[in-house]
Design a protein around this ligand. Structure first.
Ligand code: MN3
Length: 214
């Protein structure tokens, strides 16, 4: 009798690029550990935790919403929310990304923050001042864009906000490339990696009643 290998119901989604695609800003080594080990472990643990429960037939979003704010469900929430957050985060980056956006997100950044530079300042500040582990987010709140930060696994989808862009600021996201220099990682993301095409897709989702992320 070996340990039963649990392979579902949740799967690790494919990384949307090769693991060297974001170098030199994020190395293949960082992506192979962050995606291949950290993200994989959240998915594996989630599958172990939901296997014996009724939550097994639920969607990932459903599990996150049902377990949020319940201390006895924290292990399920943490692994489900981290699975969701990471799948979203990979799409928030691309080779030759970053810099000023175009399209709807550019207009919304103008109207919500008073310009790209002010957005950039607010996002960098949120990412830098998140004490310990967590995430910085650009979210849509009833059509207006806001910058927020969340702690550990917390995710804005439980607050009825639509994520537009996120940055993982857990140390495992940047330590191999930047060591303690979180600020350099944040600048690299904003200047060279942010996927504004994906942000524009999320803005379209926020404007319609059903979101493509689900
Ligand atoms: Mn991470």
């Amino acid at each position: 009798m070996g340990t039963k290998k649990i392979t579902g119901p949740f799967k690790l989604p494919s990384l949307p690029y090769n693991d060297n695609a974001l170098a030199p800003y994020l190395s293949a080594q960082t992506l192979s550990f962050h995606y291949g080990k950290h993200h994989q472990t959240y998915v594996t643990k989630l599958n172990e935790l939901v296997q014996p429960t009724v939550l097994e037939s639920e969607t990932l979003e459903g599990i996150i919403k049902q377990t949020a704010g319940q201390p006895d469900k924290a292990p399920i929430f943490n692994n489900a929310a981290q699975s969701w957050n990471h799948s979203f985060y990979w799409k928030c980056m691309k080779a030759n990304g970053g810099g000023k956006p175009n399209g709807a997100v550019a207009n919304k950044i103008e109207s919500s923050f008073g310009g790209y530079d002010k957005f950039k300042e607010a996002f960098a500040k949120a990412a830098l001042t998140q004490f310990g582990s967590g995430w910085a987010w650009l979210v849509s709140d009833k059509g207006a864009l806001k910058v927020i930060k969340t702690q550990n696994a917390d995710t804005p989808i439980v607050s009825g906000l639509t994520p537009v862009l996120t940055l993982d600021v857990w140390e495992h996201a940047y330590y191999l490339d930047y060591q303690n220099r979180r600020s350099d990682y944040i600048q690299a993301f904003l200047d060279h990696l942010a996927n504004w095409d994906f942000a524009n897709e999320n803005i379209s989702c926020a404007a319609s009643s059903s979101c493509c992320q689900k």
